[in-house]
Design a protein around this ligand. Sequence first.
Ligand SMILES: Nc1ncnc2c1ncn2[C@@H]1O[C@H](COP(=O)(O)OP(=O)(O)OP(=O)(O)O)[C@@H](O)[C@H]1O
Length: 917
Amino acid sequence: MSSREQVDAEPRGLPSTLSILPLKDRILLPSSAMKLVLTTPSALALVDDILGAAYVKPGTLYVGVVPVRRDAPPSAGGVTSGASQLDAESFDAEDDADDVRAHLHDVGTAARIIQIARGDRPGMKARSIHWSPYDRSYTLLLEGRCRFELNQLSSTSPFLVAHVRQLDSLSTSPFRDLGGNGRDDGVTADDGELGDMAASFKENARALVDKLEHRKGAARRLKSMLEQAPPHRLADLFVAAFEDSFDARLELLSTTCPKERMRRALALVEAQLHAATVNADVTKKVEGRLTKTQREYLLRQQMAAIREELGEGEGAGEEDDLEKLRAKLLDAAPPAEVLKTAEAELRKLRKMTEQAPAYGVTRGWIETVASLPWSKEAATDVTVEASSMADARAVLDEEHYGLDRVKDRIIEYLAVRRLRPDARPPILCFQGPPGVGKTTLARSIAKVLQRPFQRISLGGVRDEADVRGHRRTYIASMPGRLIQGLKRVGVRDPVMLLDELDKMGSDSRGDPAAAMLEVLDPEQNHAFTDHYMGVPFDLSRITFLATANDPRTIPGPLRDRMEMITVPGYTDEEKLAIACRHVVPKVLEEHGLLHAGREGNNRDANTPRLRIPRDAVELVVRSYTREAGVRGLQRCLESLCRAVAVSVAHESDAAAAGSANGDGGSSPPAALQGTHVIPRGADGVPEVTTELVRAVLGPARFDSNNDDLKDHHGDIPGVVAGLSWTAVGGDLMYIEAAVMPGGGTLQLTGQLGDVIKESALIAMSWHGAGGKAESSATIKTHLAGDGLLRGRSVHVHLPQGAIPKDGPSAGVTMCTALVSLFSDRPARSDTAMTGEVSLRGLVLPVGGVKEKLIAAHQNGIRRVLIPARNVVDVEHEVPAATREALEIVPCVTMADVLENAFEGGYRIDLPRHRARM
Ligand SMILES: Nc1ncnc2c1ncn2[C@@H]1O[C@H](COP(=O)(O)OP(=O)(O)OP(=O)(O)O)[C@@H](O)[C@H]1O
């Protein structure tokens, strides 16, 4: 603003002519103020005229503000910031005063000019080159003082001037002289009817202002104004403050009778009060009910609606998303009952905000339902065709070496499935030591059945919720492993392997085995209800298989539901064959040691970049692994591959750089070579020699020459070779017995389970006479009678204390060790034994004979004493090479064992030799 002038003087009455400011779309009421920014030529001329007057007469301080009729030409009226006005020049130049008058209303407001400020035209650039006299503006602050009737226009240029007739009193200013009385309209403050109406109006207005007080700061000011204003001003004051609509204001402006005005204002204030009361009540109620999240939701919805209105379309995004989810849900085609529940949840979701805690939970649940294979099945529902039985066998043979009996059993299983496709197949459980191919056999079955394969690992599962899921109310709850597996596999009829079923435990968090019972029970599993899902899923189309290392630890009821198939451990020869045919190619491929295709060196695809000859594998089998399966062997071969990889990778680099000299061209530089120099065969291909095996794997881990007990046990009474079965397969184990100072007790050491401890007690109490009634000479009575137990105890130790041992099959070995101890005769060094012993000296059959005999064979044992009833297993299970290498002696009683355990036989009556301490 370049200048500012304060114009201030009080007039006594309105002059008969007034300069007129036509105003479009807005109405200035008496008793209210208005700011106008004037930019049109006529308005500028009007203000110029006021300012240019040498003597400012009181009458010139007024302008007449007259509303423009709605039907005036649209071009009429120049809009400026914060104000709109009619530009008199915008009327057709030909129009005479009467035409211009016709566009204006009959009643206007005489306004006192409170302030005039000069400025640039809004939107003008400060340094405009083409300045025009109109590139400027005036800002007027006007105060409405009284109504006037607009008569003829006396001039239309350069601005409008009109003859006017004052309608209201001019003497009171609502802003300065609130207590004044208006006179000239013939109304007095004590006019009875107006006074009553004013009182009632004030009461309502007060109540209204109270209701609005907390929203509008101005309401408080208005309240005091209403209290003090004379009755005939009340209506104007109120409408100016509360009514924004042009029509309502125009109506009041046009109502010249003060009583009529008051009547209208009274109706208005009552209506406003009613609306405000209802509004306040509703708001109160709604606010009471709305939680913070709901309020957020409401606001978000409004925001979404606004965005939609603006065409930003983001509001539709979430809806689209939920629509997609619904489509996915319908696509999954769950049973009607499940669909109904899911749809209900979806409806709930639509009413929630994304920030609500329940939103994620509900959405996660619906997504899980939508991604489960409720009706999707594997592409081929194979009931193995007659011709494909041979194919099935071929697949099994191709992927697994040996295991003929296991494969036979699998083929039988497949054949029954073909003949009775509708029957529920038995659940096969492959039991055996680790790394013997149980998992891969299950995979082969899936391949034969052409079904997707899914492995569910149950090792270490202690919580029922792992199987059956957590209820949705838990934080971070999710479905159990079964449902998760189904979600991953994507069909409802996969082959599902329950791996390591025996490693499932149970604790305070429930019994997962019980849940597993339901999964495997054909009577129940068609409606398996996961806690998280809360709706049943039909598991009956799944082909379940299971694996276990030690089936004894599978709970009885679960074991009864399955058919156990033993996958025995391998002999060294079998391991060698498996390694050469399956494991070596596999590890070479995994380490990038097969040529991918024709390369610069002209190698064919899949020719190895590393050769691992049979003697190297054999060395690994014999000296670096002691296991029933081939997992440790595989790990050793992988170590060898890694050691060679550096050299081969370097060779590749060199070949790429064009400096290679065939395969055997360049050796890695010293920095890369590490500690191993990789030898090459005659054709230049790197080769794993036995020396390299020793260099990479270190000293032999299982060198039998280091075993002192094995070397010397033939000389020591009380030390006997037993054959045991552990989770890693068969093993040869020396049991040592000695007499120690003590109180006549039996002491056992070597990480033993309960069953083996019982066997030791039985061995102690065993009737030395082989169960004959006439002899009561048990070992214990013998020891006591001989005075050997006086002040002494027997100590039996099973070496390799780090390995847990349990089971009854050490019974005969412990008896023999005690007899050897007390008879002071060493047992035969070439003989090992296994068998459970009864209290009366009978030798009972045991498990794991195949692994035990293999272990005996591998450890250079020549004779084995086994329970007579296990002979049949030997014929079925034990490889011919092992059978032929061993002298197998069946035993019925302990007498038979002792007869064969000592050089030159053994007579049953216990000798009274002192045992060596
Ligand atoms: N008879 C076999 N023929 C070919 N490969 C075999 C044979 N037995 C085992 N393997 C190989 O040994 C590896 C280990 O087998 P797998 O994982 O199936 O053992 P597992 O018995 O399931 O062991 P775990 O009890 O620890 O799960 C696999 O790579 C598999 O190919």
